[in-house]
Design a protein around this ligand. Structure first.
Ligand code: UD1
Ligand code: MG
Length: 470
């Protein structure tokens, strides 16, 4: 899964270069946050990352981001991408934002304007907008929604042609009743944009330079304006506040869960599923409620994930089962492993096949070979455990001496009795047995029994103290 980005066919007139300009300079006051709005996370990534993915999928000739509020933080978050940046020192409105980027654009280009706060827009809708708009005309991506409040309304004449966009704050009661909204995406010729933006003024309720005013200017100049609806109304969600962020989060998760269902995954409840990264799946995977996946996760065929599992950056082989309430991060497991319930597996952990790790077991940087069992209440850190070894309940590899970390090497077919402390650095040879309750501080040779505990003494006729009456 590609972060939910659809692939798009490039059917547009390739002779006209397309420059994408993403408006991302606003502070996002309605978020009530010290973090710039376009860096608020959606599905685990800054919302601007989703917009950039959609833009990049179009293969534009150039991709320019207008930044301003907390601009350095925004730039730094995308340092690894090939982007041109334009600074908007003062946020005077969307029209002013686009005007800052125009000097770097050549006449003859088409400008596709995107907003950094509409992360659900799909590359396919953008492609359709470009295709359906005449190269010399203006295209507006629109959506018809049940609740249009807050959005600019698209006004059409009796023939259905777009004549203007009016902002929510400036609209008359009749205009407010219009349910077709401006998504914020527009495509227009660079030279006409320059002309129109020069003529914008701030005589509106918000005192801003509205990009949307260019629609009426285009109509007045006899330039065709084409309103193109999005395929799915969720694409139009513009995020100005936390409620819209929550709405968009659910919408993107629904999109991901639909994709997974289509791939043959069974989701116990598609409404209780969260993906904050990429998830690759084999056949007949089952995912119970409340699972959270982040980073890059791969699940093999017939993997079963129990309720409330948190899994990040891991690869689980065919037929693995993760029982309820496990936290798994940075793990590679071979086929038929069984994990949990209540296991915590930390980065650097590798299981071969048929490894079993049970309740309240923590493994950090542990390599567990085929058939190893650590079934209950143990800590295994910086350790290799050989094939078919069994680690009893309550075993601890004491890998830290207060200054440095040390390794424990356990051979094949070792039996570690319950309640053992294995003080690293330590080597336990093949086939060795460690008696329950031992504190092992020296290497255990292969095939031996190590008992490292005080012998039991038994007192005959022992009288248990009794409580005194007070
Ligand atoms: C805007 C549209 C509205 C549309 C809605 C869709 C205008 C005037 N209004 O309203 O018609 O329905 O989006 O979500 O265009 N930005 C800058 N510099 C600025 C101002 C804004 O870069 O000076 C950026 C913001 O970071 C944001 C985007 O432009 O990513 C849109 O600005 P925002 O303030 O969210 O506009 P809306 O009120 O949502
Ligand atoms: Mg907005």
């Amino acid at each position: 899964m590609q972060h939910g980005v659809e692939s798009a066919s490039l059917g547009r007139d390739a002779s006209i270069p397309v420059t994408v300009v993403v408006l991302a300079a606003g502070q996002g006051q309605r978020m009530n946050s010290s973090r710039p709005k376009v860096l608020q996370p959606l599905a685990g990534r800054p919302m601007l990352a989703h917009v950039l993915d959609a833009a990049e999928a179009l293969n534009p000739d150039a991709l320019n981001v207008v930044h301003g509020h907390s601009g350095e933080a925004v730039r730094a978050a995308f340092a690894d991408r090939d982007l041109a940046w334009t600074h908007q020192a003062e946020q005077l409105g969307t029209g002013h934002a686009l005007a800052q980027a125009l000097p770097s654009l050549e006449d003859g280009n088409r400008v596709l304007v995107l907003c950094g706060d509409m992360p659900l827009v799909s590359a396919a809708s953008l492609e359709r907008l470009i295709e359906q708009t005449d190269g010399r005309g203006v295209g507006l991506l629109t959506a018809t929604v049940d609740d249009p409040s807050g959005y600019g309304r698209v006004l059409r004449d009796d023939t259905g042609s777009v004549v203007a966009v009016v902002e929510d704050a400036d609209a008359t009661p009749e205009e407010l009743a219009v349910k077709e909204i401006n998504t914020g995406v527009m495509v227009l010729p660079a030279e006409a944009a320059r002309r129109w933006l020069d003529r914008l003024d701030r005589t509106n309720t918000q005192g801003e330079l509205y990009l949307t005013d260019v629609i009426a200017m285009a109509v007045a100049d006899g330039v065709p304006v084409c309103g193109v609806p999005v395929a799915d109304a969720a694409e139009a969600i513009g995020i100005n506040d936390r409620r819209q962020l929550a709405l968009a989060e659910r919408a993107i998760q629904q999109r991901y869960s639909r994709e997974l269902l289509d791939r043959g995954v069974t989701l116990a409840d598609p409404c209780r599923f969260d993906l904050r990264g990429r998830l690759a799946v084999g056949r007949d995977v089952f995912i119970d409620v409340g699972a959270v996946f982040s980073g890059d996760v791969t699940l093999g065929d017939r993997v079963r994930i129990g309720p409330n599992a948190v899994i990040s950056n891991s690869r689980l082989g065919d037929d693995c089962t993760v029982h309820a309430h496990c936290v798994i991060d940075g793990v590679i497991a071979g086929s038929r492993c069984e994990i949990g319930p209540f296991s915590r597996l930390r980065p650097g952990t590798e299981f071969d096949e048929q490894v079993k790790v049970g309740n309240f077991v923590e493994v950090k940087a542990g390599r567990l070979e085929t058939g190893v069992k650590v079934n209950h209440l143990s800590y295994v850190g910086d350790t290799r455990i050989g094939r078919d070894s069994n680690v009893g309940a309550g075993t601890v590899t004491c890998n830290y001496d207060g200054a440095g970390k040390h390794r424990t090497e356990i051979g094949e077919r070792v039996f570690v009795g319950s309640g053992s402390m294995l003080v690293a650095p330590l080597q336990v040879g093949e086939g060795a047995t460690i008696a329950a309750g031992s504190t092992i501080t020296r290497d255990v040779p292969p095939g031996t029994l190590a008992v490292a505990r005080k012998r039991q003494s038994t007192v005959k006729g022992w009288k248990r103290p009794t409580k005194r009456e007070s």
